[in-house]
Design a protein around this ligand. Structure first.
Ligand code: NAP
Length: 244
Protein backbone atom coordinates (compact mmCIF):
# COMPACT_ATOMS: atom_id res chain seq x y z
CA UNK A 1 0.00 0.00 0.00
CA UNK A 2 1.35 3.43 -0.90
CA UNK A 3 2.14 5.83 1.94
CA UNK A 4 -0.71 8.35 1.93
CA UNK A 5 -1.55 10.17 5.17
CA UNK A 6 -4.54 12.26 6.13
CA UNK A 7 -3.78 14.46 9.13
CA UNK A 8 -6.68 16.35 10.65
CA UNK A 9 -5.88 19.75 12.14
CA UNK A 10 -2.49 19.98 10.42
CA UNK A 11 -2.36 23.72 9.71
CA UNK A 12 -0.81 24.48 13.10
CA UNK A 13 0.79 22.95 16.18
CA UNK A 14 1.13 19.19 16.60
CA UNK A 15 -0.62 18.32 13.32
CA UNK A 16 1.69 20.63 11.38
CA UNK A 17 4.81 19.09 12.95
CA UNK A 18 3.44 15.61 12.18
CA UNK A 19 2.83 16.61 8.55
CA UNK A 20 6.38 17.93 8.14
CA UNK A 21 7.90 14.85 9.77
CA UNK A 22 5.79 12.27 7.94
CA UNK A 23 6.47 13.97 4.60
CA UNK A 24 10.21 13.73 5.25
CA UNK A 25 9.65 10.03 5.95
CA UNK A 26 8.17 9.52 2.51
CA UNK A 27 4.44 9.99 3.11
CA UNK A 28 2.17 11.86 0.73
CA UNK A 29 0.25 14.19 3.00
CA UNK A 30 -3.15 15.83 3.16
CA UNK A 31 -3.30 18.78 5.53
CA UNK A 32 -6.76 19.36 6.94
CA UNK A 33 -7.81 22.63 8.59
CA UNK A 34 -10.99 24.44 9.53
CA UNK A 35 -10.22 28.19 9.42
CA UNK A 36 -6.55 28.96 8.91
CA UNK A 37 -6.27 28.46 5.16
CA UNK A 38 -3.17 30.66 5.19
CA UNK A 39 -1.40 28.36 7.66
CA UNK A 40 -2.47 25.19 5.84
CA UNK A 41 -1.24 26.55 2.52
CA UNK A 42 2.05 27.53 4.13
CA UNK A 43 2.62 23.92 5.31
CA UNK A 44 1.57 22.61 1.91
CA UNK A 45 3.97 24.86 0.06
CA UNK A 46 6.89 23.87 2.35
CA UNK A 47 6.14 20.22 1.61
CA UNK A 48 5.81 20.73 -2.13
CA UNK A 49 9.13 22.60 -2.22
CA UNK A 50 10.68 19.57 -0.52
CA UNK A 51 9.27 17.33 -3.25
CA UNK A 52 6.37 15.83 -1.30
CA UNK A 53 3.01 15.22 -2.95
CA UNK A 54 0.77 17.29 -0.68
CA UNK A 55 -2.63 18.93 -0.60
CA UNK A 56 -4.61 20.93 1.90
CA UNK A 57 -8.34 20.83 2.39
CA UNK A 58 -10.84 22.65 4.56
CA UNK A 59 -13.30 20.46 6.47
CA UNK A 60 -14.88 20.62 9.88
CA UNK A 61 -14.13 17.18 11.32
CA UNK A 62 -17.41 17.37 13.25
CA UNK A 63 -19.33 17.33 9.95
CA UNK A 64 -19.62 13.83 8.51
CA UNK A 65 -20.41 14.93 4.94
CA UNK A 66 -17.45 17.32 4.87
CA UNK A 67 -15.09 14.62 6.17
CA UNK A 68 -16.33 12.09 3.61
CA UNK A 69 -15.87 14.62 0.81
CA UNK A 70 -12.36 15.31 2.10
CA UNK A 71 -11.44 11.60 2.12
CA UNK A 72 -12.74 11.25 -1.45
CA UNK A 73 -10.67 14.25 -2.56
CA UNK A 74 -7.56 12.73 -0.98
CA UNK A 75 -8.16 9.37 -2.72
CA UNK A 76 -8.59 11.12 -6.04
CA UNK A 77 -5.46 13.23 -5.75
CA UNK A 78 -3.03 11.20 -3.61
CA UNK A 79 -4.42 7.64 -3.74
CA UNK A 80 -5.88 5.30 -1.09
CA UNK A 81 -5.36 6.48 2.48
CA UNK A 82 -3.06 4.23 4.53
CA UNK A 83 -2.52 6.47 7.57
CA UNK A 84 -4.98 8.60 9.51
CA UNK A 85 -3.72 10.93 12.20
CA UNK A 86 -6.88 12.05 14.00
CA UNK A 87 -5.42 15.12 15.63
CA UNK A 88 -7.88 18.03 15.27
CA UNK A 89 -9.14 19.11 18.64
CA UNK A 90 -10.35 21.97 20.78
CA UNK A 91 -9.65 22.72 24.43
CA UNK A 92 -10.75 25.16 27.10
CA UNK A 93 -11.06 25.63 30.81
CA UNK A 94 -14.32 26.15 32.66
CA UNK A 95 -16.09 25.06 35.78
CA UNK A 96 -18.71 22.39 35.13
CA UNK A 97 -21.61 24.61 36.21
CA UNK A 98 -20.61 27.14 33.53
CA UNK A 99 -20.48 24.62 30.70
CA UNK A 100 -23.24 25.49 28.24
CA UNK A 101 -24.88 22.59 26.46
CA UNK A 102 -23.66 23.96 23.10
CA UNK A 103 -20.07 23.88 24.41
CA UNK A 104 -20.44 20.34 25.71
CA UNK A 105 -21.79 19.25 22.32
CA UNK A 106 -19.12 21.08 20.35
CA UNK A 107 -16.26 19.53 22.38
CA UNK A 108 -17.64 16.05 21.82
CA UNK A 109 -18.49 16.78 18.17
CA UNK A 110 -14.95 17.91 17.33
CA UNK A 111 -12.83 15.79 19.66
CA UNK A 112 -14.74 12.49 19.60
CA UNK A 113 -17.20 12.51 16.70
CA UNK A 114 -14.43 14.09 14.61
CA UNK A 115 -12.35 10.94 15.13
CA UNK A 116 -15.35 8.69 14.39
CA UNK A 117 -16.07 10.62 11.18
CA UNK A 118 -12.46 10.47 10.01
CA UNK A 119 -12.04 6.79 10.90
CA UNK A 120 -15.20 5.79 9.03
CA UNK A 121 -14.16 7.87 6.03
CA UNK A 122 -10.71 6.25 5.66
CA UNK A 123 -11.57 2.67 6.66
CA UNK A 124 -12.72 1.42 3.22
CA UNK A 125 -9.20 1.98 1.82
CA UNK A 126 -7.55 0.23 4.75
CA UNK A 127 -10.00 -2.69 4.78
CA UNK A 128 -9.46 -3.16 1.05
CA UNK A 129 -5.68 -3.23 1.56
CA UNK A 130 -5.79 -5.36 4.74
CA UNK A 131 -3.35 -2.80 6.14
CA UNK A 132 -3.20 0.68 7.55
CA UNK A 133 -2.57 2.67 10.67
CA UNK A 134 -4.78 4.98 12.68
CA UNK A 135 -3.24 7.28 15.28
CA UNK A 136 -5.54 9.22 17.58
CA UNK A 137 -4.33 12.22 19.56
CA UNK A 138 -5.70 12.23 23.09
CA UNK A 139 -4.08 14.01 26.05
CA UNK A 140 -2.58 13.15 29.40
CA UNK A 141 -5.89 14.57 30.68
CA UNK A 142 -7.57 11.58 29.05
CA UNK A 143 -5.68 9.42 31.51
CA UNK A 144 -5.82 11.66 34.61
CA UNK A 145 -8.30 14.16 35.96
CA UNK A 146 -7.86 17.88 35.27
CA UNK A 147 -9.74 20.41 37.38
CA UNK A 148 -11.80 22.82 35.26
CA UNK A 149 -11.15 20.71 32.17
CA UNK A 150 -13.75 18.03 32.82
CA UNK A 151 -15.35 18.27 29.38
CA UNK A 152 -12.01 18.23 27.53
CA UNK A 153 -10.78 15.40 29.77
CA UNK A 154 -13.96 13.38 29.14
CA UNK A 155 -13.54 13.72 25.37
CA UNK A 156 -9.91 12.66 25.57
CA UNK A 157 -10.73 9.65 27.77
CA UNK A 158 -13.39 8.69 25.22
CA UNK A 159 -10.74 8.71 22.49
CA UNK A 160 -8.65 6.24 24.48
CA UNK A 161 -11.63 3.89 24.83
CA UNK A 162 -12.28 4.25 21.11
CA UNK A 163 -8.63 3.51 20.29
CA UNK A 164 -8.37 0.39 22.45
CA UNK A 165 -11.70 -1.08 21.33
CA UNK A 166 -11.07 -0.36 17.67
CA UNK A 167 -7.59 -1.88 17.91
CA UNK A 168 -9.19 -5.18 18.93
CA UNK A 169 -11.99 -4.93 16.37
CA UNK A 170 -9.63 -4.15 13.48
CA UNK A 171 -6.68 -6.36 14.44
CA UNK A 172 -7.88 -9.30 12.31
CA UNK A 173 -7.91 -6.96 9.29
CA UNK A 174 -4.26 -5.92 9.74
CA UNK A 175 -5.12 -2.33 10.67
CA UNK A 176 -3.36 -0.96 13.75
CA UNK A 177 -4.90 1.68 16.01
CA UNK A 178 -2.82 3.57 18.57
CA UNK A 179 -3.00 6.76 20.56
CA UNK A 180 -0.58 9.51 21.52
CA UNK A 181 -1.34 11.35 24.76
CA UNK A 182 0.60 14.62 24.88
CA UNK A 183 1.41 16.58 28.02
CA UNK A 184 1.71 20.38 27.93
CA UNK A 185 2.88 21.22 24.43
CA UNK A 186 3.85 24.73 23.44
CA UNK A 187 1.32 25.45 20.68
CA UNK A 188 -1.35 28.09 20.07
CA UNK A 189 -3.77 25.94 22.09
CA UNK A 190 -2.08 26.60 25.43
CA UNK A 191 -1.21 30.31 24.95
CA UNK A 192 -4.51 31.25 26.62
CA UNK A 193 -2.97 30.06 29.91
CA UNK A 194 -0.45 32.94 29.88
CA UNK A 195 3.33 32.92 30.25
CA UNK A 196 3.33 32.73 34.05
CA UNK A 197 1.18 29.58 34.15
CA UNK A 198 3.11 28.04 31.27
CA UNK A 199 6.33 28.68 33.19
CA UNK A 200 4.87 26.91 36.24
CA UNK A 201 3.71 23.99 34.08
CA UNK A 202 7.25 23.69 32.68
CA UNK A 203 8.57 23.55 36.26
CA UNK A 204 5.99 20.89 37.15
CA UNK A 205 7.16 18.77 34.22
CA UNK A 206 9.87 16.34 35.40
CA UNK A 207 11.94 16.96 32.25
CA UNK A 208 11.80 20.67 33.12
CA UNK A 209 10.31 22.14 29.95
CA UNK A 210 7.18 22.32 27.87
CA UNK A 211 6.90 19.84 25.03
CA UNK A 212 7.34 20.88 21.43
CA UNK A 213 5.05 19.86 18.57
CA UNK A 214 8.05 17.93 17.22
CA UNK A 215 8.21 15.86 20.44
CA UNK A 216 4.68 14.65 19.77
CA UNK A 217 5.24 14.24 16.02
CA UNK A 218 8.03 11.76 16.86
CA UNK A 219 5.56 9.56 18.78
CA UNK A 220 3.01 9.80 15.94
CA UNK A 221 5.67 8.86 13.42
CA UNK A 222 6.66 5.82 15.51
CA UNK A 223 3.10 4.47 15.49
CA UNK A 224 2.78 5.21 11.77
CA UNK A 225 5.95 3.38 10.80
CA UNK A 226 6.73 -0.27 10.15
CA UNK A 227 8.79 -0.52 13.34
CA UNK A 228 5.49 -0.39 15.24
CA UNK A 229 4.13 -3.24 13.07
CA UNK A 230 3.36 -5.44 16.11
CA UNK A 231 1.97 -2.62 18.24
CA UNK A 232 -1.72 -1.86 18.46
CA UNK A 233 -4.14 -0.56 21.09
CA UNK A 234 -1.43 1.37 22.89
CA UNK A 235 -1.38 4.81 24.46
CA UNK A 236 2.01 6.52 24.33
CA UNK A 237 2.30 9.48 26.67
CA UNK A 238 4.58 12.27 25.42
CA UNK A 239 4.53 14.51 28.48
CA UNK A 240 8.06 14.87 29.85
CA UNK A 241 7.06 12.61 32.76
CA UNK A 242 4.16 14.83 33.91
CA UNK A 243 1.80 11.99 34.90
CA UNK A 244 4.30 9.29 35.78
P1 NAP B 1 -3.74 23.99 17.96
O1 NAP B 1 -2.38 24.56 17.90
O2 NAP B 1 -4.84 24.75 18.59
O3 NAP B 1 -4.17 23.53 16.49
C1 NAP B 1 -5.42 22.95 16.31
C2 NAP B 1 -5.52 22.40 14.91
O4 NAP B 1 -6.79 21.73 14.78
C3 NAP B 1 -5.51 23.49 13.86
O5 NAP B 1 -4.89 22.97 12.71
C4 NAP B 1 -6.99 23.76 13.62
O6 NAP B 1 -7.27 24.28 12.32
C5 NAP B 1 -7.53 22.34 13.72
N1 NAP B 1 -8.95 22.26 14.05
C6 NAP B 1 -9.60 22.71 15.16
N2 NAP B 1 -10.91 22.41 15.08
C7 NAP B 1 -11.09 21.75 13.92
C8 NAP B 1 -12.22 21.19 13.27
N3 NAP B 1 -13.44 21.23 13.82
N4 NAP B 1 -12.05 20.58 12.07
C9 NAP B 1 -10.82 20.52 11.49
N5 NAP B 1 -9.71 21.04 12.06
C10 NAP B 1 -9.86 21.65 13.25
O7 NAP B 1 -3.72 22.59 18.76
P2 NAP B 1 -2.51 21.61 19.15
O8 NAP B 1 -1.97 22.04 20.44
O9 NAP B 1 -1.63 21.38 17.99
O10 NAP B 1 -3.39 20.29 19.47
C11 NAP B 1 -3.55 19.25 18.53
C12 NAP B 1 -4.16 18.06 19.24
O11 NAP B 1 -3.36 17.70 20.37
C13 NAP B 1 -5.56 18.35 19.82
O12 NAP B 1 -6.38 17.23 19.69
C14 NAP B 1 -5.28 18.62 21.29
O13 NAP B 1 -6.39 18.35 22.12
C15 NAP B 1 -4.14 17.66 21.53
N6 NAP B 1 -3.33 18.03 22.70
C16 NAP B 1 -2.67 19.21 22.75
C17 NAP B 1 -1.94 19.54 23.89
C18 NAP B 1 -1.19 20.82 24.04
O14 NAP B 1 -0.70 21.09 25.17
N7 NAP B 1 -1.04 21.64 23.02
C19 NAP B 1 -1.89 18.63 24.95
C20 NAP B 1 -2.57 17.43 24.86
C21 NAP B 1 -3.29 17.14 23.72
P3 NAP B 1 -7.21 25.88 12.03
O15 NAP B 1 -5.76 26.25 11.99
O16 NAP B 1 -7.86 26.02 10.71
O17 NAP B 1 -7.93 26.56 13.16
Amino acid sequence: MEKTALITGASRGIGRAAALRLAREGWKVCINYIERKDKAEEVCSILKKEGTEAMCIQADVADKAQVEAMANAVREKLGPISLLVSNAGIAGQMQIQDVKEESWDRYFDVNVKGAYNAIQAVLPDMLHAHAGSIVTVSSMWGLRGASCESVYSATKAALIGLTRSLALELAPTGIRVNCVAPGVINTDMVQVLGQETLGKLAEMTPLGRLGTPEDVAAAISFFAGTEAGFITGQVLTADGGFIV
